[in-house]
Design a protein around this ligand. Structure first.
Ligand SMILES: NC(=O)C1=CN([C@@H]2O[C@H](COP(=O)(O)OP(=O)(O)OC[C@H]3O[C@@H](n4cnc5c(N)ncnc54)[C@H](OP(=O)(O)O)[C@@H]3O)[C@@H](O)[C@H]2O)[C@@H](O)CC1
Ligand SMILES: Nc1ncnc2c1ncn2[C@@H]1O[C@H](COP(=O)(O)OP(=O)(O)O)[C@@H](O)[C@H]1O
Ligand SMILES: [K+]
Length: 514
């Protein structure tokens, strides 16, 4: 199966953030989150009946988030299996999924449901905790933040004080799902039923006394959700702004590109970066391209490099300039004449900034690619061959394996563009499925470079920056093509970038800390 190549072995632990991303991307692939919740709750019910066959009386303690939602689903299934079920809710859920399952339980006259939003109200239900043969802990899961507040803390105390074995939903409440640490207290479960993959904290040293026996239950997340780029991946990018922000806080991109023959490519990169939400996009280009950029748009600042093409005599100036930027994109429109390849090599080797290497710069570096934790190559198939010496395989499985292998060898991120874009950092693989054949028009790769550089100012994870850039680029192309058919230009993509990003990114304005 193709995707087994890309998926880390299924007992691999994941973080709560990775779980959130997979969950949202499964939804984008068409698996409703309510289905995931139903499968999760049903898995809990199945394990309760399976592991405690003598149990008749079950108490389910539900928080106000989706962990609680799972609890309400489990309550309904256990009730349906003929057990005597009582439910304590620590407040009415706000989220629609948990709310839907809360409402479903509330209407079942055979299930006793009590709401307890304060420690006192919980203590009034103490006999329910003593009544139960099994207690299901559906208070907090991967959404836990910080020290336990009330009435959650009292709920944990009451559960731990009760003699009945506890079954934790996804994560024992109070345990940090990523580190396994317990800040003040946590449910000591006999059994933890976690979903899809174990959260890293469940396997941590010392977590066992809270986790008890661990069961990992599939909940219907397709393997593609592990590798596809989707709305969940925006969680890696920070688009928020502080009310007291100043120019440059939100990213400065330097584009090293252009030549006597080509002036448009670096402009596309700079304009795409600006539309992606950076504060400054500056082009360092040979004079003809710099003049063209200045003439074309007041949004672009162009620093002229004298002569018709990038040469060794420009290297020091470009390196000095780069110090004032967050990310450097090099390649579009440079050409490969004269000293340009050597100048590219020199700049790539010495620039101390996150770097996006595209187009002619990939060819210039071909034989001796530069690696680095913040280096991203964005080749199409021909440039991939120039970079690695091998044709990218045609099959998606083989393509993903080749990109992962070469990203590992070079020690950089490679985003191989095509019908499906395949990105890897040598370990993880991301596959972008958005886009349209209308995008074979010139310049769409430059737009992708601008998006990638811009997003690298929003995260420390260059693989995610490149993956989300490909996702946005493809959707921008789809939206432009929906209007214009196969007559789109790269400029049409740039115009669509803001609305695509705003659909998925959280663009909060955070009030500055006093
Ligand atoms: N992702 C998936 O694929 C699937 C996920 N699923 C399930 O969703 C769970 C994650 O749900 P989730 O994100 O709603 O978080 P969850 O753990 O319910 O807690 C949020 C609530 O707790 C509260 N709260 C937080 N910290 C607190 C504290 N210290 N002390 C007190 N309260 C605190 C917080 O309140 P707030 O901070 O918002 O005021 C909020 O109300 C996951 O573990 C799994 O079980 C399944 O359906 C299957 C598919
Ligand atoms: N046939 C296609 N279907 C969907 N998207 C495509 C297709 N061809 C290219 N793209 C997209 O167009 C963008 C540029 O790709 P490509 O044309 O290979 O680069 P360049 O413009 O550098 O030659 C990428 O985002 C890629 O995903
Ligand atoms: K829990």
């Amino acid at each position: 199966m193709f995707l087994s190549v890309c998926i880390v072995d299924d007992m691999e632990a994941i973080s709560s953030l990775e779980m959130y991303v997979v969950d949202r991307n499964a939804e984008w692939l068409g698996v409703p989150r309510l289905v995931l919740m139903e499968n999760a709750g049903a898995a809990v019910a199945r394990n309760v009946v399976g592991r405690f066959p003598g149990a008749r009386r079950v108490l389910v303690v539900c928080g106000t988030g989706d962990n609680g939602g799972d609890g309400y689903v489990a309550a309904r299934h256990l009730h349906g299996a003929g057990l005597w079920v009582r439910v304590v809710g620590l407040g009415e859920p706000r989220e629609e999924l948990a709310r839907a399952n809360f409402e479903a339980v509330r209407r079942l006259w055979g299930v006793e449901l009590a709401l307890a939003a304060t420690p006192l109200e919980l203590l009034a239900l103490q006999d329910w905790f003593l009544w139960a043969d099994v207690i299901i802990d559906a208070v907090l899961g991967t959404g836990v933040r910080g020290a336990l507040r009330e009435p959650h803390a009292t709920a944990v105390d009451l559960m731990n004080a009760a003699p009945a074995p506890k079954v934790a939903v996804d994560v024992p409440s109070g345990l940090d799902p990523d580190t396994g640490e317990v800040r003040d207290k946590a449910v000591r479960a006999a059994l933890t039923v976690t979903f899809h993959k174990p959260k890293r904290g469940l396997l941590a040293e010392g977590a066992r006394r809270y986790v008890g026996e661990l069961v990992v239950e599939p909940i219907g997340i397709p393997p593609e959700a592990e590798v596809v780029v989707g709305p969940g991946d925006f969680a890696y990018l920070d688009f928020s702004r502080r009310a007291d922000a100043k120019k440059g806080d939100h990213g400065r991109v330097l584009v090293v590109g252009g030549s006597l023959e080509y002036s448009g490519a670096p402009m596309y990169v700079a304009l795409a970066a600006l539309r992606s939400g950076v504060d400054l996009a500056v082009i360092a280009a040979p004079e003809p391209a710099a003049q063209a950029a200045k003439a074309y748009s007041p949004d672009i600042i162009a620093v002229p490099l004298e002569g018709p093409r990038l040469s060794l005599r420009h290297v020091e100036k470009v390196l000095r300039l780069a110090e004032k930027f967050d990310v450097v994109a090099i390649g579009p429109g440079l050409g490969l004449e004269g000293e340009t390849p050597d100048a590219v090599k020199e700049i790539a080797a010495r620039v101390k900034k996150p770097l996006v290497v595209d187009a002619d710069a990939i060819k210039a570096l071909g034989g001796s690619p530069v690696g680095g934790p913040q280096v991203v190559y964005t080749p199409h198939a021909g440039e991939f061959k120039a970079l690695t010496g091998v044709e990218p395989p045609r099959g998606l499985r083989e393509r993903a394996e080749a990109v992962r292998e070469w990203a590992g060898r070079i020690g950089a991120v490679i985003l191989l563009k095509g019908r499906y874009d395949v990105a890897s950092d040598g370990r993880r693989v991301k596959i972008n499925t958005t886009g349209t054949p209308a995008m074979t028009v010139g310049g769409t790769g430059d737009v992708l470079t601008g998006l990638t550089a811009a997003f690298m100012t929003k995260t420390r994870d260059p693989l995610e920056a490149a993956a989300v850039a490909a996702f946005v680029n493809g959707l921008a192309g789809e939206e432009a093509a929906a209007q214009l058919g196969f007559h789109i230009t790269a400029s049409d993509l740039i115009e669509k970038i803001p609305s695509v990003v705003r659909r998925y990114a959280r663009e909060d304005i955070t009030s500055p800390r006093p």
